[in-house]
Design a protein around this ligand. Structure first.
Ligand code: NAP
Length: 299
């Protein structure tokens, strides 16, 4: 049986049901496909409970073709807001009424706030990524050579974050080369750091020259935990390796990083920090970050 949180135990002792849902309870949604693995519901529901906020967070598995209807549903039902995850972060942008300038510039939204039926999109992945990187210690992005693996919504946020933090240059590798080229072309227009795509043949060299390497592909998630988009023997002890995926076991990249003395950080801290950003947008209150981290690590 799932053990009760301290807040739930205390409420029960006072004769109150902490899970009581009334007509006043408000809803926050996660829109993604798939969503079964997501830790966001446990994190946010624990935070609402810890702060006595009468909101619930539910995950909805939304197929790409159903996204417009799901977004219209957020308006129709008057939900507080939503998180948006794989594969909808980019395709949701034109469905919203307004988009925060930073999210609009990078073309990816992970948080929606519903204010009287007006849906506004934000991107809390950027600050979440930078805070997690900073907390990992080691090499700061300022003046760093960076290699980003992947060219989806998360990679866009990572490139924006690294550029914002003063990276010297950013190299992007992606399985589908055209998406890496598109991301770099876009980044050249909204970032101060030079951004170059690299193909398979230049990947090894780019990795060896990098100070910071970020895996923003889905490779490493679930059944692919032993796979890496990068030959792991390119990793050096002086590097910071951040893998945005997270799970019960370290990915091949993180394992290798730790074995050669590099700093290896998985996606948990970014997950917690981006969630804290979303939580603040929905509730206006700083999130109970330690509580959220605890929930992710122990659920
Ligand atoms: P996305 O937009 O769907 O992009 C997926 C990326 O992964 C693309 O670059 C894709 O390459 C690549 N990819 C997928 N399967 C691959 C494979 N078998 N081999 C090589 N590359 C592959 O997803 P996203 O939103 O960017 O998310 C990417 C990852 O970051 C996910 O694992 C997600 O869970 C994680 N993430 C974590 C956090 C966090 O807080 N920790 C936040 C955001 C995202 P193609 O272009 O070639 O398809």
């Amino acid at each position: 049986m799932h053990s009760r949180s301290p807040e739930a135990r205390e409420a029960l002792m006072r004769g109150k049901d902490p899970q009581r849902v009334t007509a006043a309870t408000r809803l926050v949604c996660l829109l993604g496909h798939p969503v079964g693995h997501s830790r966001s519901p446990v994190m946010h529901n624990a935070a609402f409970l810890a702060q006595g906020i009468d909101m619930r967070y539910l995950a909805f598995d939304v197929l790409p073709e159903a996204l417009p209807a799901a977004v219209a549903g957020l308006r129709a039902l008057g939900v507080v807001g939503a998180n948006v995850t794989v594969p909808h972060k980019e395709t949701v942008v034109p469905l919203l009424d307004a988009v925060d300038p930073l999210a609009l510039r990078i073309g990816a939204v992970n948080t929606i706030v519903n204010r009287q039926g007006v849906l506004t999109g934000y991107n809390t992945d950027i600050d979440g990524f930078l805070t997690a990187l900073e907390q990992a210690g080691g090499r700061s992005p300022r003046g760093a050579h960076c290699l980003v693996l992947g060219a989806g919504g998360a990679a866009r946020a990572v490139v924006a974050g690294l550029a914002q933090a003063g990276a010297s240059d950013i190299v992007v590798y992606n399985r589908t080369a055209s998406r890496a080229r598109d991301l770099c072309a876009a980044a050249e227009s909204w970032s101060m750091a030079p951004c170059h795509p690299v193909g398979e043949s230049g990947l090894r060299r780019a990795a060896e020259e990098a100070d910071i390497i970020v895996n923003a592909t889905s490779l490493g998630l679930g059944d692919t935990v032993k796979l890496s988009p990068l030959p792991v023997d390119t990793i050096r002890g002086r590097q910071v390796i951040m893998d945005l995926t997270y799970g019960p076991r370290p990915t091949a990249l993180i394992q290798r990083a730790r074995s050669v003395g590099a700093i290896g950080v998985d996606g948990v801290e970014m997950l917690v920090q981006q969630a804290a950003g979303s939580y603040y947008l929905w509730t206006g209150r700083p999130a109970p970050v330690e509580r959220m981290r605890d929930e992710v690590q122990n659920s």
